[in-house]
Design a protein. Structure first.
Length: 281
């Protein structure tokens, strides 16, 4: 009888230990990349410094088209807005953040290309952007060639400005600054005549309250940027779920609404929502 009591007690201890271990495993998953749905939290990578796309507001909230896409996708994966933890993922760290499991997916102006596809998987694309030029509303610059002899701003290390000189304005004067905020401020002050990068990024800055009505996009399409949702390499199940969510976002009108709300003030002439899996070269 005594032996049976010891065995029963041991079994109870073992059961409690297994239960505690299981709970610990769930907590770790939720704190890291999140589960495929129904967990406590999901971590999503975004930019913190791109108005209209991914921006951390002074009050700690987040806004932008990428944020709206991420929120919609997370909802379809089973998470409410208050269960989403937005994590800043700078361009140079996006692949590492996914491989480490820091985030479940990334929506951060993440252009799909062959080199990146070797390291991560992509859902989407969910937006087709193009390299463009932003100028003052009253500027006489109507096309890229008008930049010859003018001052063109882009971010240090970016290939965008050189792309303009190679393709349309070989005599443009390049001015490289630390960030796009600095370029936009330089455009406002008149120290540069144009700023170049993706049209969606330019539209996001131009749509800010402090800049509304001051700038316009020229409409040059110097590149095709297929923004995708980055997912850890090999996680096909999550890619499939996100693709289904993106298709639903387009079909129920949420995609169009998000575009208008985030880019509308800049009169951004966006492309139609891209087809899932179709990459425009």
């Amino acid at each position: 009888m005594k032996l049976r009591k010891v065995s029963a007690a041991s079994a109870a201890v073992l059961a409690l230990a297994l239960a505690a271990t299981a709970c610990g495993s769930d907590d770790k998953d939720d704190a890291g990349s999140g589960s495929s749905g129904g967990g406590d939290k999901i971590k999503v990578g975004i930019k913190y410094d791109q108005p209209g796309l991914g921006l951390k507001e002074p009050d700690g909230s987040f806004s932008g088209f990428d944020v709206d896409v991420a929120t919609y996708v997370a909802k379809e994966l089973g998470y409410k807005p208050d269960q989403i933890e937005f994590v800043e993922t700078k361009s140079a760290d996006r692949e590492n953040a996914l491989s480490r499991g820091d985030v479940k997916f990334i929506t951060a102006t993440y252009s799909i290309n062959d080199e990146r596809a070797k390291k991560v998987d992509f859902a989407g694309p969910y937006l087709l952007a193009h390299q463009d030029l932003l100028v003052k509303k009253d500027s006489k610059i109507a096309k890229g060639a008008d930049l010859n002899g003018k001052n063109l701003c882009s971010v240090t290390g970016s290939t965008s400005a050189q792309n303009v000189r190679d393709k349309i304005a070989p005599k443009a004067n390049l001015k490289q600054l630390a960030g796009y905020s600095e370029c936009i401020a330089a455009l406002q002050s008149g120290s540069v005549d144009a700023v170049t990068t993706d049209d969606s990024i330019l539209a996001g800055f131009a749509a800010q309250d402090k800049y509304k009505g001051q700038f316009k996009l020229v409409g040059e399409k110097l590149s095709n940027e297929n923004y995708g949702v980055g997912v850890k390499k090999g996680d096909k199940a999550t890619v499939d779920k996100i693709n289904a969510a993106l298709e639903k976002m387009v079909s129920d009108g949420s995609w169009d609404k998000a575009v208008k709300e985030n880019f509308g003030p800049a009169e951004y002439k966006n492309e139609q929502a891209p087809k899932i899996g179709v990459i425009v070269k």
